[in-house]
Design a protein around this ligand. Sequence first.
Ligand code: PLP
Ligand code: COI
Length: 340
Amino acid sequence: MEKKNIDWSNLGFAYQVTDKRFVSNYKNGAWDEGIMTEDATITLTECAGVLQYAQTCFEGLKAYTTEDGRTVCFRPDLNASRMKDSCERLEMPVFPEDKFVEAVKAVVRANEAYVPPYGSGATLYIRPYMFGSSAVIGVKPAEEYQFRIFCTPVGPYFKGGAKPITIRVCDYDRAAPHGTGHIKAGLNYAMSLYQIVDAHEKGFDENMYLDAATRTYVEETGGANFIFITKDGTMVTPKSDSILPSITRRSLMVVAEKYLGMKVEHRPVRFDEIKDFAECGLCGTAAVISPVGKINDHGNEICFPSGMDEMGPVTKKLYDTLTGIQMGRIEAPEGWIVEI
Ligand code: PLP
Ligand code: COI
């Protein structure tokens, strides 16, 4: 397969149109077979559920070229299952999980020329999403839905790749207790835009959200979970009903324990504990593991001993092992790597 003429190593995290995408429609209580199409546009009624009441959710996963030249993706079954949870919470029909995985594979196969070569530093980001497509004017779920998957080649989510970033404690909340923080609803991201624009204007890369009820526990950022490394090498990661259950974070818990022999704690993490940690990172599909060098809490700086020049040593080991598994350099646990 001849690859597209793309400057893979200089890609940022931005959308570029690729050749084909998957589309399936839900009508009269059932999903159709779905098709692959070259049409990257959508025509909708002005009163569509997604446009009026934000009835939409999405997923994000990546495809990779392995060292031995295979095209693979990472744990797509977990994205299918998380999308099911999102749909159930948003009164949307579930797209069958097995068909979700098949459609992901079909989209990657149809856009194989856009899967970045091994070693380029880029990956193919895959974006499944669903939205209410029929008209609603009273506040209620739509009757018709569209499920789509497109893909786009991407580079690092944060400029500078593995360089430590600076984040700030945010005064706004991302998710309410008993709200929608644990699902991947579009609305969670819409209401984070004000905060991220403000953070960027003030020179910060991301927002650290605290728990909305007490503002004493660490939740997550706008698009990634936290991992912390204690001074004695334990990986600590926040537990809360209002954070998104990151597939990367769940995978890292296994990598830390089973591959690196580390102790792992998944528990509520008080904000006032983090000044004692040795390393901090953001983890997610887009973020992979992005090291955090500094957290600004209303002018008070928490500077991690790992500094602002490079990833801390334990974070680096986690990063190398996880990406080693994803790129086929290290044997993966059963079922993690799905060949296209
Ligand atoms: N938290 C939020 C709010 C996210 O948007 C994401 C991205 O998907 C994550 C965490 C990381 O999740 P995952 O590792 O499944 O990509
Ligand atoms: C992902 O990591 O897949 C996400 O959806 C995060 C988003 C902020 C790009």
